[in-house]
Design a protein. Structure first.
Length: 326
């Protein structure tokens, strides 16, 4: 059986990776866990009472024998260590933004472009969480013709990792706002349209990711994408309000049929019962509802998905499971 490694095992996504591997064919052999000096030596539960000890990732670390490495660490860690794992013979599936726009690195959502996954040493990039959720909803609708996209996200605090969850809990319990830890504005009872650094054009890094990554994954370089990314006081699940402007008439009934059949999507046909983030936390599919026609060539829809699962850990494990079958 292949040997799996997890780099960044102690974080929110790392813990979900371990949980997913427990029921995956890739989990027949316990994974090796790697982390920083701060987490090295600590242990995380596996199955049948087994505890997995986190190994320190340092220059002397033994990378031999790792077949597939799931990275859920910072971009700096990925840039340094992903090539080292690949050179040692592993396929690296990286959840950071370090390699996503590298022309030599596949950027994969298995339901859309899983054919890019090869069983060979190298690096495969896992897309941005909001990009994954958006594209699962809109990729099936390409059969109706070309369109432009306006996507406004409502992103849960856990998109900022454990620190984001801690900030929401701290403020809810009256602990007060701590600027930069990790948010620039209070989050309890608030929201703010600022995720990531702001570029010279006023677009944030989160918004730029959605534009550039969507074009690469769909192999659609001139796709028109406009987005505003908003942080909201929700623990898990990102939501996205999407407007698609088609170049030709787009029948509502055909759109509904395509979404019903789409892989990885649950379509809520009743417009009075839209998907909402609270009940859908920790579920695997992306849920689509509020499908409606705002004109002969305009469709609107509402998308909800767990950004830690399908937006990160689950997508990575699905890529690894595809790799296993190659």
């Amino acid at each position: 059986m292949p040997t799996v490694a997890i780099v960044g095992a102690s974080g929110c996504v790392g813990e979900e990776l371990i949980d997913l591997l427990r029921s995956s064919p890739l989990g027949e052999t316990p994974p090796r866990l790697f982390g920083s000096s701060r987490s090295a030596g600590s242990s995380l539960p596996w199955k049948d009472g087994v505890e997995l000890v986190i190994e320190e990732l340092h220059d002397g670390a033994d990378l031999a024998g790792v077949d597939v490495a799931l990275f859920s660490a910072s971009g700096a860690v990925s840039r340094e260590w992903a090539p080292r794992f690949a050179a040692a013979g592993a396929t690296v599936i990286d959840n950071s933004s370090a390699f996503r726009l590298d022309p030599a690195v596949p950027l994969v959502v298995p339901e859309i472009n899983g054919d890019l996954v090869k069983r060979e040493p190298g690096i495969i990039a896992n897309p941005n969480c909001s990009t994954i959720l958006l594209l699962l909803a809109i990729a099936p609708l390409r059969r109706l013709g070309s369109f432009g996209v306006v996507a406004d996200t409502y992103q849960a605090v856990s998109g900022a990792g454990r620190a984001g969850l801690d900030a929401l809990v701290r403020e809810r319990e009256g602990g007060g706002f701590e600027a930069g830890n990790p948010f620039p504005f209070p989050i309890e009872g608030n929201l703010f349209p600022l995720i990531g650094d702001v570029g010279e054009d006023g677009v944030t890094t989160e918004e730029r990711k959605m534009v550039d990554e969507s074009r690469k994954i769909l192999d659609w370089p001139d796709l028109r994408v406009h987005t505003t990314c908003v942080r909201v006081p929700v623990e898990r699940c990102h939501s996205i309000a999407v407007t698609l402007s088609f170049d030709a008439p787009a029948p509502l009934e055909e759109a509904a049929s395509l979404l019903r059949e789409a892989a990885g999507v649950v379509f809520a046909a009743d417009p009075s019962e839209p998907p909402t983030p609270g009940p859908l936390a920790r579920t695997h599919p992306v849920h689509v509802g509020r499908l409606r026609a705002a004109g002969e060539r305009v469709l609107q829809l509402w998308v909800v998905g767990d950004q830690i699962l399908k937006g990160a850990a689950l997508n990575a494990v699905q890529i690894a499971e595809l790799w296993r079958t190659r």
